[in-house]
Write a protein that binds this ligand. Structure first.
Ligand SMILES: [Zn+2]
Length: 420
């Protein structure tokens, strides 16, 4: 083992539900590198996804290693134990070198009185009018607000500390990247709250290199952002400034950056984020979750024949199991059942019709967000098909790979990291 692992300025968390697309994903990162922009790939898969697919973190690791070998990638890459907690972390220990510690469930659990008091008393520097470079309006943090925020997050941060130390004990200090995520919770964190949380994380001694707050607006699965863009942009840039403040004042990792858990495809945010990163000379980690699986479906449908038939069959089953498929994601999907075409009519579709309904091209009138979201959560259907699905992935690899690479490069890496 060498020195301390350090996450580069730009990194992308790519999801790959069935562990078949690591190569086309890495190919997209190579295309960015060829344009002079280093974007480090991180293969992420949560415990929930592994459970549904019936896979293990070792398979994610094997696919990533193989892609790296085949493409001759010499820059860093990581395998992320995504959204782990104390119960699930052990299963990821061996295969992963990136740990996203999820403490969302602990947010709001009241803190004990003594640590709460000590924290509030120890952070008088945050009280009053805090003018942070890069922030237009000073943060107003009074004692009551501080107590309220600390009471909401302190227990969660302490839990993150427990998880971090458990990983550190097994993997060794500096031998893995640490992220803390707070995105899967009800209410967004304001930049002032983020700053208080960062102070707590620093005090807990967790050397995070990236942190995922919940931003305001809707981040539904597989479709674009719904919310006030100007407000998001201000919030994002204030978060970046809050991080810079925490790095200076609390000695946090100098490469500390925001992690945007996008639920995939927040295209309208990429321009504003790109401009903010340039302006403030900041980095970002973007998690794109599971649209790779949708590109597999697009590739199958585009290939026609058996591929198209299978794509239709998956839609048919997803349609009839809509409620159970959607239930776990209720907070992050927004499907209008009236917009879902009947499976009988999809049965008569051509490749082009299927592809254009599913492909995330906001400018296309055939694009159907409800159908896309249903299929997004419908990976369970494909998982239940086992080798039948996987064998077709291999048979139609070329068409699928083209879609996976094109999607990741053209619609994500380019607008976010390179700029259009
Ligand atoms: Zn997340």
């Amino acid at each position: 083992m060498g020195g301390t692992l350090s996450l580069s300025k730009y990194s992308i968390g790519v999801g790959d539900r069935f562990a078949h697309q690591a190569k086309p994903q890495l190919h997209a990162c190579r295309m960015a590198a060829e344009q002079g922009v280093e974007v480090i790939p991180v293969w992420n898969k949560s415990n929930r996804e592994h459970t549904i697919i019936g896979s293990s973190p070792a398979s994610t690791r094997a696919a990533a290693d193989e892609a790296v070998r085949t493409l001759g990638w010499t820059k860093p890459y990581y395998v992320d134990a995504d959204h782990i907690n104390l119960e699930t972390v052990d299963n990821f220990m061996e295969a992963c070198d990136f740990f996203t510690i999820d403490v969302a469930d602990m947010i709001g659990r009241p803190s004990q009185a003594a640590p709460l008091r000590a924290f509030v008393e120890g952070h008088a520097e945050l009280l009053g009018e805090l003018l942070i470079p890069g922030v237009a309006h000073p943060f107003h943090i009074d004692r009551d607000f501080m107590v309220q925020v600390a009471n909401k997050y302190l227990a969660a941060v302490q839990e993150a500390g427990l998880i971090y130390r458990r990983v550190e004990e097994k993997k060794g200090k500096g031998q893995f990247i640490t992220e803390v995520s707070m995105d899967e919770t009800d209410s967004p964190q304001t930049p002032a709250e983020l700053l208080i949380v960062l102070a707590a994380v620093a005090e807990e001694g967790i050397p995070i290199q990236t942190i995922a707050p919940k931003f305001s607006g809707r981040f539904d699965k597989g479709v674009d952002y719904v919310g006030d863009l100007a407000k998001f942009t201000e919030e994002f840039s204030n978060d970046v400034a809050a991080i810079a403040f925490a790095v200076r004042h609390y000695g946090m990792s100098s490469n500390l950056k925001l992690s945007v858990h996008s639920g995939s495809d927040k295209f309208s945010l990429y321009g504003p984020i790109h401009r903010t990163l340039k302006e403030l000379d900041a980095g970002v980690h973007l998690k794109t979750a599971g649209t790779t699986w949708l590109e597999e479906l697009i590739g199958l449908a585009e290939a026609g024949g058996e591929g198209l038939d299978l794509a239709k069959e998956i839609y048919d089953q997803a349609y009839s199991h809509r409620e159970e498929l959607c239930a776990p994601y209720a907070a992050v999907i927004n499907i209008d059942p009236a917009q879902l075409p009947a499976p009988e009519s999809v049965g008569g579709w051509s490749s082009e019709q299927f592809v254009s309904a599913l492909r995330h091209d906001p400018k296309s009138s055939a694009y159907n967000t409800s159908l896309r979201q249903l299929l997004h959560v419908g990976f369970k259907v494909a998982a239940s098909m086992g080798t039948r699905y996987l064998d077709l992935l291999s048979a139609m690899e070329t068409t699928i790979a083209k879609n996976v690479t094109g999607n990741l490069f053209d619609r994500h890496l380019k607008p976010l990291f390179i700029g259009e």
